[in-house]
Design a protein around this ligand. Structure first.
Ligand code: UDP
Ligand code: MG
Length: 331
């Protein structure tokens, strides 16, 4: 944890809470109630920005109802499911607060911690990050995660902290810095770290989802892991060159050894196994490295298309009448 000496002026202004939601009908009402209670306890001006990420259940109708009952609540509904990264970005763009808390809708990010976040923010931090324990993760998943973080932190330019996810408070300047990063392939964990600013961490015990189901499959997790590795540097490409050189050297040595053996002892065994292993092994390696290069090319392709990150199909009715400059602080 980094400590700063300069104490920021007494906070604060408005607090925005940004909540991405995808098919969360089972938990949304309980979440909204809990959030409301905690925000009232804080006793500061606030707004809640819900982003419906193309849900196919009744999430959107719940959001409409929340917004019609409480003028602190606004919502956006995206035209389809664009993924959590896009819905967080949409929420951040829409937020107008002097500090913004990002929070999941499934109560795995307990709203009760907002008070702690604000306390730390008052000490002068631009990012206050809630770091979760791994109590509810399986052993194998924990093992993979630990290894993965070690790998990324060794390779990437940015430092990722195990357990530190999207549950965090950001100052307005940190939010503006994030919004200035226009890249299409967004890997938020890395972006949060990339923008820097003073960051405080505090730990909390992981809680299971209070309803509904996680949107993460193992395949999605693997893709996310690859994102983390290739989003912040081109070192894996350098690794491809190193592996290629190493294998060429090994092949050369093996060839020399075989020729030597033939000269000394004549042709003995046909060597089918060696050949097969070499062909399949090298073939596999080449596919992986090609895929790696493809990842980077795909990213360049995506960025070059300059498509918007998401499209909005509906927003809080009272917002529609307002001029765009008042609707969103920066977009
Ligand atoms: N989410 C989203 N779009 C998606 C997937 C998830 O907005 O495509 C939201 C989801 O509604 C939740 C948060 O992102 O509020 C975290 O999702 P989830 O709980 O599935 O992730 P986990 O906690 O398992 O990492
Ligand atoms: Mg969750």
């Amino acid at each position: 944890m980094r400590r700063v000496t300069a104490v920021a002026p007494e906070v604060r202004g408005v607090l925005s809470v940004v909540v991405p939601c995808f098919n969360e009908e089972q938990v949304l009402e309980a979440f909204n109630r809990e959030l409301h209670v905690r925000l009232l306890e804080l006793g500061i001006p606030y707004e809640v920005v819900y982003v419906d990420d193309g849900s196919t259940d009744s999430t959107l109708s719940l959001l409409r109802r929340f917004a019609s009952c409480d003028h602190h609540i606004r919502y956006l509904s995206l035209s389809r499911n664009f993924g959590k990264e896009a819905s967080m970005l949409a929420g951040l763009r829409e937020s107008t607060g002097d500090q913004v808390v990002l929070m999941d809708a499934d109560l795995q990010h307990p709203p009760a911690f907002m008070g702690r976040m604000l306390e730390l923010q008052r000490e002068g931090y631009d990012q206050v990050v809630a770091r979760r324990s791994r109590d509810h993760d399986g052993r194998i998943r924990t093992l993979f995660s630990r290894g993965y973080y070690r790998l990324v932190n060794h390779w990437a330019e940015v430092e990722l902290v195990d357990g530190a996810g999207d549950f965090r408070l950001l100052s307005r300047r940190a939010v503006d810095a994030l919004l200035d990063l226009e890249e299409r392939n967004r890997f938020s964990k890395g972006l949060f770290s990339w923008i820097g600013f003073t960051t405080a961490f505090f730990d909390y015990a992981d809680t299971p989802r209070s309803g509904g189901s996680s949107k993460w499959s193992y395949r999605k997790l693997l893709n996310y892991a690859v994102d983390g590795l290739v989003s912040f540097n081109s070192r894996p490409l350098r690794l491809a060159i190193h592996i290629g050189l190493l294998l060429s050297c090994l092949a050369f040595l093996y060839a020399a050894w075989t020729i030597g053996a033939v000269l000394i002892g004549g042709i003995t065994a046909p060597g089918y196994v060696t050949l097969l292993v070499a062909i399949t092994g090298f073939g596999g390696m080449q596919m992986v490295l090609l895929g790696l290069i493809g990842e980077y090319v795909g990213r360049v392709y995506n960025e070059s298309k300059q498509r918007p990150h998401y499209l909005v199909r509906e927003r809080t009715p009272s917002d529609v009448a307002r001029p765009p400059t008042l609707r969103a602080r920066s977009s």
